[in-house]
Design a protein around this ligand. Structure first.
Ligand code: 5GP
Ligand code: MG
Length: 177
């Protein structure tokens, strides 16, 4: 059985930030950027973000995913593996990279290095959660939903050994998980 989760951000709080981020992204771009999600953690956030972007963008929205793995259980290995690659081309395009959380920044650094090799005109980072106190490498975060302290969070895409991703809220697993 899954242990109890202490809620940090409930569904309404998340929805409010997603709407605000979408409005900010819309204001900053003349045309929809290519949206690149970091699987698996970014998926629920990215799907809600896509739907919150202006309806006039929806016919032209292009999105794709990169697979990045840096964690075994709840501990960062610091060893970032990127599996697979984009199907869509991003050369000369504006790109928005979406992840659920930027922690040490190593995953986003690896993703940004990979994407820059494809010669996009611009790459911006959007993360729902940002843990700046944990940063080991600098990451230019253009859009952040919430800043969080140094806690291991789960829910809304974020897992502990693949569990809790389906929660509609974000929280901390209480002892005995
Ligand atoms: P970083 O490379 O920035 O240290 O870590 C980024 C990735 O580590 C995130 O995409 C996420 O998969 C995982 N991660 C970092 N912090 C947390 C956390 O508090 N909870 C969960 N579930 N995953 C985290
Ligand atoms: Mg991840």
């Amino acid at each position: 059985m899954a242990a109890a989760v202490r809620v940090l951000f409930d569904e309404a709080a998340i929805d409010g930030r997603v709407a605000a981020l979408a409005a900010q992204i819309a204001a900053d771009h003349d045309e929809p950027p290519v949206i690149v999600g970091i699987r698996n953690g970014a998926v629920p956030f990215m799907m809600d973000l896509l739907r919150a972007l202006p309806a006039r963008w929806h016919p032209d929205l292009v999105f794709d995913f990169l697979d990045a793995t840096s964690y075994a259980g709840s501990r960062s290995t610091g060893d970032i593996r990127l599996a697979g690659d984009l199907v869509v081309g991003v050369e000369g395009r504006e790109v928005l990279v979406v992840d659920g959380i930027v922690d040490t920044g190593r995953t986003m650094e690896a993703v940004l290095n990979h994407l820059r090799g494809k010669k996009p005109s611009q790459v911006r980072v959007c993360t729902l959660l940002d843990k700046p106190s944990r940063r080991a490498v600098p990451v230019p975060v253009a859009y952040r939903g919430f800043e969080v302290e140094d806690l291991f969070v789960v829910g809304y895409g974020m897992d502990l050994d693949q569990r809790y991703r389906g929660l509609r809220h974000i929280g901390v697993v209480e002892d005995g998980a």
